[in-house]
Design a protein around this ligand. Sequence first.
Ligand code: UDX
Length: 425
Amino acid sequence: MASIAVIGTGYVGLTTGACFAHIGHDVVCADIDEAKVASLQRGEITIVEKDLDWIVAEGIASGKLSFVLGAENASRNAEFHYLCVPTPQSEDGSADLSYLQGAAAEIADVMPNGSIVVNKSTVPVGSTQVVARVLGRPDVSVVSNPEFLREGTAVEDFLNPDRVVIGSGDQEAAIRVAALYSKVRAPIMVTDPVSAETIKYASNAFLASKLSFINSIATLCEAVGADVGDVVLGMGYDSRIGSEFLRPGPGWGGSCFPKDTIALARIAEDAGFDFSFLKEVLKVNEEQFDRTAQKVLDALGGDASGRRIGCWGLTFKAGTDDLRQSPAIEVLSRLASSGAEIRAYDPAVHSNIDELPHVEVVTDPYAAIDGADVLVVLTEWDEFRWLDFDKVAELMVGQSVVDGRNLLDPAVLRRRGFQYRGIGR
Ligand code: UDX
């Protein structure tokens, strides 16, 4: 088994470190945040990730997983150095590599000879060269090993991936990194670093494109009177299309898709290719936020001033507490200027949020819709389906439901006298 340093303990770094320890490696995770390191050393997980708490506790108990302050303290005795630091979006849409370069600079002089540095964070094409330049260590190979982790299922996605991608110009380094995954049952493909980085961006951009496509099909369904649920079912029988990732919604968001799709369009532009298709995918997504907000305004007869909107769902998707680039925030931001009073409930959100100063966050779904003229569902938390809709009908002033996730049963709601508006149905 190998000794691995993981730099950065966000959902990618912590999952990567804990899962590598779970499959037998000796892992030291580093962060710059002293309080965070101390809480991790106590086994306290602040990230909502299924199974992460027990797999971290297992690693700490076995001595295979530990946490230190500062990257240099993790890398001093490690053979592999995983960079799992944020690569946020810059003002101009490109990825900000300052954290990546900072982490590389911190470990450059302390890594043992013959170490391998691995880019796990989503980084622009050509980043292995950027890191190699910062390291200035001819004895150290830099390898791309992009993460394909979905928030909420990151542990599952690490231990049971569809594939492991390794990008390296050094065959021996690629083999050494591939060996880290010997206990993981998945295809391992080795390619050059630029292709590996492109696989990551292209995969996310394709998935985002698939979502913008089905959201546009949902709009078409509304125009022609088709039911998008049946359209998706009929499409999905074609194995070349599949039924995964075809749920219409209020638009897509999260900490990855928006950033990565914009970054890919920018990477293309910098390389002299106008990726107009991808720009349209992004435009359609913005329009989906507009359409969903408009559905709520339509339900209020076009004038929301003085009316009350009850919202279920704030996070960017169910199963996580992450609000970053949440479609719910995009839609409610558009409604905030309409003059309506908005209350929102989300099982993973327990206080008001900065991006929505005019929205009152409540801790009970019925409080969110008490006296409301319209209910809008913006995140697909399963618990919303099992609430008491007789009680909802009694508490609401209006009878309108805008189901931004096609989560609820239109027939059940219409039988209770609600006017139901879905996405494409
Ligand atoms: C994504 C990629 O799936 C993952 O492979 C990559 O490593 C990181 O980015 P994540 O950001 O966690 O993962 O979210 P994902 O589950 O992909 O959902 C992204 C957005 O699309 C969410 O807002 C979600 O609600 C939306 N979505 C997803 C839909 O609207 N419909 C769907 O059918 C699926």
